[in-house]
Design a protein around this ligand. Structure first.
Ligand SMILES: Cc1cc2nc3c(=O)[nH]c(=O)nc-3n(C[C@H](O)[C@H](O)[C@H](O)COP(=O)(O)OP(=O)(O)OC[C@H]3O[C@@H](n4cnc5c(N)ncnc54)[C@H](O)[C@@H]3O)c2cc1C
Length: 436
């Protein structure tokens, strides 16, 4: 390890525990609670919904804070990349939603099925109508697996097919298929969709990790990896895209551009891609599928989506700095569902939550909030087992390193790997509790 890369284990743990301790202090140093009878409804108890519910419960007295979610389990999604590389079991990412909520938050354990932003009500699956004064929509996004002809989640794990986004069990099955490839070799084909997507680094992480493992198991010359990019670059931030291109070149990973997975023929092990010049078929021994991603139907049917942007995806029409709806000021969007140009990561949620908290509490007081979300997005881009680049950027594609001078964003470092493997989950859970 080069001396300028070297940061001791002790130093790292000091950094992490410092960050977590600071998170705890931030929670306890909160301002005086505000008395209000406001009815606040939050749709979705994932990263964003749970964090904002707990933050509001700490700030408000006597408010009604209802969070609606039909899923009992909470999934720590950043861990899915580790599960799909055989580095963690599926159980590593699963906890109970109800265990994260502060006493002041009431959970309705049903999905929301309709939003009426004029009447200011939400309907739940059991036909309850819940009125609100303020609504925070945080239902994440949906994976449109059906958009890929011939693909079915039943294929994952035993047909040379992986799909790590689909959940903990599918991530484990993805590893079952990928690990066979790392032992027998052949052609590995890695894809990503052309829609907006959460953690756009995840398709690259899977490619890098499976290449690294294959290089040590089956060995060079016995396998070939191709990464199919949906556009003419490998990442939306140009400097990161260029760095990834250079790493691919060094490692002999083949990149093809403007190829979007359209169909698969699992029997023949052929993937069909849409290209600017028509369709193209590529064979595979291992194929990683990440499907198109869209706002849930609930949002697309609610008059909350942009009418002239992302029209096939339906993200919520919010101001990109305040996350407040542009036509319905009592509505905010948080997390993956928000129609902003960047920010579909849990790290973005961490910076979005205080913004919505500020504007919502200001509204309760009859004032205007002042906090702004700058598009902060973070992606610990794992490049080998034990090495990662801690990529952080904002709306303007500026790199926004959290540890300038200490962690270099475009270098493959052990400390950046530990940030993903150790620190991210602790920080994520502190955020869920409303403490970070
Ligand atoms: C493979 C992978 C790797 C990732 N890696 C990273 C990473 O390294 N770093 C990082 O910062 N981020 C990462 N992310 C992204 C991060 O996990 C998401 O951006 C984050 O979870 C978004 O939070 P959210 O609350 O918007 O959505 P989610 O956490 O997905 O939660 C949405 C919730 O809404 C609920 N819901 C859905 N529909 C309804 C409905 N109709 N009614 C009520 N509830 C509903 C769901 O049940 C769910 O509980 C990764 C994601 C994946 C998939």
């Amino acid at each position: 390890m080069a001396s300028d890369e070297f940061i001791s284990r002790r130093h790292f743990m000091g950094l992490v525990s410092g960050a977590i301790a600071a998170a705890g202090v931030a929670g306890s140093a909160a301002a005086q609670p505000i008395a209000t009878k406001a009815r606040i409804v939050i749709i979705g108890a994932g990263a964003a919904g749970t964090a904002i519910a707990n933050r509001l419960a700490m700030r408000l007295e006597q408010a009604s804070i209802l969070i609606i979610d039909g899923r009992r389990d909470h999934i720590y999604q950043p861990g899915l990349s580790l599960v799909a590389a055989g580095l963690r079991p599926a159980s590593y990412v699963v906890s109970r939603t109800s265990d994260w909520l502060q006493p002041g938050v009431k959970l309705i354990e049903e999905p929301a099925v309709a939003i009426d932003p004029v009447a200011k009500t939400v309907a739940t699956a059991a036909r309850n109508t819940v009125p609100y004064d303020y609504l925070i929509v945080a239902p994440g996004l949906v994976l449109d697996h059906e958009a890929i002809e011939g693909f079915s989640l039943d294929l994952v794990g035993s047909n040379g097919v992986g799909a790590l986004y689909a959940g903990p069990d599918y991530a484990a099955r993805t590893w079952a298929a990928a690990s066979r490839f790392t032992e027998t070799g052949g052609v590995g084909l890695f894809t990503r969709p052309a829609t907006e997507m959460k953690c756009a680094g995840a398709p690259l992480k899977h490619t890098f990790l499976i290449d690294d493992i294959a290089s040590r198991k089956v060995g060079a010359g016995r396998y070939k990896i191709t990464y199919a990019a949906h556009a003419d670059s490998l990442f939306s931030v140009p400097i990161v895209s260029e760095k990834v291109r250079m790493l691919f070149e060094e490692r002999g990973i083949n990149a093809v551009y403007s190829r979007v997975l359209k169909a698969i023929d699992p029997g023949r092990r052929i993937a069909t891609f849409q290209t600017p010049k028509g369709t193209e078929e590529l064979g595979y021994d291992y194929l990683h599928v990440i499907p198109p991603q869209r706002a849930p139907a609930l949002i697309r049917q609610s008059d909350l989506s942009w009418a002239d942007k992302w029209t096939d995806q339906g993200w919520v029409e919010v101001d990109q700095y305040t996350l407040r709806h542009r036509r319905y000021p009592d509505v905010f969007a948080l997390g993956d569902v928000a129609g902003v140009p960047k920010g579909k990561t849990a790290a973005s949620v961490k910076w979005q939550v205080p913004v919505v908290e500020d504007h919502l509490i200001a509204a309760i007081k009859g004032k205007e909030g002042t906090e702004r979300f700058n598009g902060y997005t973070s992606c610990p881009l794992m490049t080998r087992v034990g090495r990662a680049m801690l990529i952080e950027f904002d709306y303007r594609n500026n790199l926004a390193p959290s540890f300038p001078g200490l962690i270099s964003p475009l270098e493959e470092l052990w400390i950046s790997w530990l940030m993903k493997e150790v620190a991210l989950r602790a920080t994520y859970y502190a955020m869920l509790r409303g403490k970070a």
